[in-house]
Each structure stands twice: as structure tokens, then as C-alpha cells.
Design a protein around this ligand. Structure first.
Ligand code: ZN
Ligand code: ZN
Ligand code: ZN
Length: 312
């Protein structure tokens, strides 16, 4: 696989993750670059021929952020004997001879001799770290890292009422770096949103429309929506036959702009909310001539159905 550093039109960029590994010989757990300098991998800074073994844990949050496990902090956060992080922490990955279970390993800081077992590092409640200044433990917050895109974003916590708490993040938890459960694909399903299924809306999203607008702008830089709508109507026979007006086209142009700018769809729930709003606010179009993709109308409920729904 080519290195990210060689990124060009011929290569697929990739980065190495996690960015920590320990030396087979001295057990020193060390941070390395996103990509190795040679194709043979990463090497210990002391034992320059000894390849680093990838760190066993990484941390992930519900929003899909992924970051390195906070090794240095964890090493100094022993529940019974927490200590401040020393000036030049050098962490060693120790133990696990008899079994490979994570809890049997521990981290030892070579500099200040702090040590902490990995027991509890994968707790579903989060990663508990020590704040020496305050003399108390805190739960590690999400850094919002998206290493596979070499990007970072602000992580916000989704509250029970589905609003976002901007002041706290989802709780990242420690997971085995090579676990197959690290990656789940995400599928979001939704039905056609009636407002966006209108023939005018559909046309406004075509390449033909884009090309026309571009051409109009080349002739007249300061052309406004009204003039564009007028020209579009003039050039579109189907719209004329259907009896659409310039005002309708402008209305849908604005709606489309509103939707593209304002609403963020992150979860299936967000999409369902839009569907729901559209379903209750939209009656079918008065348009009989163009094939409809969806028809919405109010109907009377039978007594049997009333048990389950107030209205449909
Ligand atoms: Zn070494
Ligand atoms: Zn230390
Ligand atoms: Zn996050």
C-alpha cells in the first residue's frame, strides 16, 4: 500500500492507525507518525531494527469518532495511587505472559514509576482519568478525531430529547483496536419527501437546469431568481402545458435553498422528523397532469384503527 506521503493521482492515500506501538524488545509504548518512512513499518526509537507492535486499544464514541487511547494519562491514573503526569513520561507495556486478556497487562511509566493495570480501560461508562490539579478523577471526553480522513470535528452529546448538548461530548470508550466490532456500516432509510418530489423541485436539481442558469449568468451577471424563473418557464414546454407559474418556480427555488442550507441529517431520526413534518403539512399537489410519486390525503379512521392512531 502506498504511503499517504506519496499521495498523488496514482495512489490511494492511507494512514496508519493507531499511532502508538510498543517495541518487542524494550516494551516502550511510543507515538509514531501517520505513515512509516520505509515500507517495513515503524521501529523503536532505541532498537532501530525492532518493529513496533500496534497498540492494543483505541477509543471510539457513539458518533463514530476514533482516537488513540490516552496511554500517558491512563498510566498515571491508578485508582488507588493516582499521580500527576511527570515531565517526560515514558510508558512501557508490561505483562500478559500467561494470558492475552487486556486486564492482565499494565502500563508502567519508566520516568516516575507510576503504574496502572489495564483493568477497567474498556469500561462502557468511559475512561476514568486523573486530574492532578483538582485532585479528582474525570471521564475522558471525545476529541472528535476522524483519523481516516485526517480530520477533526467538534463532538457533541445527543441528549434524550435528541437535542445536542454543545458543552459535552459523547463518552468515548476503550475498544480492542483490531476488533471486528470496531466498524459497523450505517444505513439510513427514508421515504420520498413529498415537497421534494414535486416536478419543479426535481427539475431544479437537474444538470440541464444548472447548465441553463450558468448560461443566463454568463449573459447577465446580476440576474435574479425572478428572471431565471421566467426564462426557465419560457424554455420548458412541459411546465407551460402543466400550467406552472413563474411564482411557483420561485417558491420552489427558495424551498430548495432553505432545505440545502438549514437542515443537518445525521441520524435516521433526523430524516424521520423531516418526513413527519412533510407528511402532516403537505396535501397532494393540485397537479393532475404529471405522474405523482406519492399521494397524501386525510382519511377517516375506523373504530378499530382509532385504538392505535389519533389521525392518519
Ligand atoms: Zn525498544
Ligand atoms: Zn511518569
Ligand atoms: Zn465523538
Amino acid at each position: 500500500m502506498p504511503h499517504a506521503s506519496e499521495a498523488s493521482h496514482r495512489t490511494i492515500a492511507c494512514v496508519s492507525f493507531p499511532r502508538w506501538g510498543h517495541c518487542r524488545i524494550c516494551k516502550w509504548l511510543q507515538f509514531h507518525k501517520d505513515y512509516p518512512l520505509t515500507e517495513n513499518g515503524f521501529f523503536c526509537k532505541t532498537h532501530t531494527k525492532s518493529t513496533l507492535l500496534p497498540a492494543r486499544l483505541v477509543c471510539v464514541c457513539k458518533k463514530g469518532h476514533l482516537d488513540d487511547f490516552p496511554w500517558v494519562e491512563w498510566a498515571h491514573s491508578n485508582r488507588n495511587r493516582p499521580v500527576p503526569i511527570c515531565d517526560r513520561p515514558k510508558i512501557k507495556w508490561v505483562g500478559g505472559r500467561r494470558t492475552s486478556s487486556i486486564s492482565n497487562f499494565k502500563l508502567v511509566c519508566d520516568t516516575c514509576k507510576a503504574e496502572n493495570s489495564l483493568f477497567g480501560a474498556m469500561n462502557s461508562k468511559g475512561i476514568e482519568l486523573y486530574n492532578a490539579e483538582k485532585g479528582e478523577f474525570y471521564t475522558h471526553s471525545c476529541t472528535g478525531e476522524i483519523p481516516w480522513l485526517q480530520k477533526q470535528e467538534q463532538c457533541t452529546k445527543t441528549l434524550k430529547d435528541r437535542t445536542q448538548d454543545k458543552n459535552s461530548t459523547e463518552v468515548p470508550i476503550g475498544v480492542i483496536a483490531r476488533a471486528t466490532s470496531l466498524h459497523y456500516s450505517k444505513t439510513i432509510r427514508g421515504i420520498i419527501i413529498p415537497e421534494l418530489a414535486h416536478p419543479i423541485i426535481k427539475y431544479l436539481q437537474t444538470e440541464e437546469y444548472e447548465t441553463k442558469v450558468k448560461a443566463y449568468r454568463e449573459i447577465d451577471e446580476s440576474i435574479g431568481d425572478e428572471k431565471i424563473a421566467e426564462l426557465i418557464l419560457k424554455s420548458n414546454k412541459d411546465f407551460q402545458i402543466a400550467g406552472y407559474t413563474k411564482e411557483q418556480i420561485i417558491e420552489f427555488m427558495e424551498k430548495l435553498e432553505e432545505r440545502q442550507g438549514g437542515i443537518e441529517i445525521n441520524t435516521e431520526q433526523d430524516l424521520k422528523q423531516i418526513e413527519y413534518n412533510d407528511l402532516i403539512s403537505n396535501e397532494s399537489f393540485q397537479d393532475e397532469q404529471i405522474e405523482k410519486e406519492i399521494e397524501i390525503q386525510n382519511i377517516e379512521l375506523t373504530d378499530e384503527l382509532k385504538k392505535y392512531f389519533k389521525h392518519v
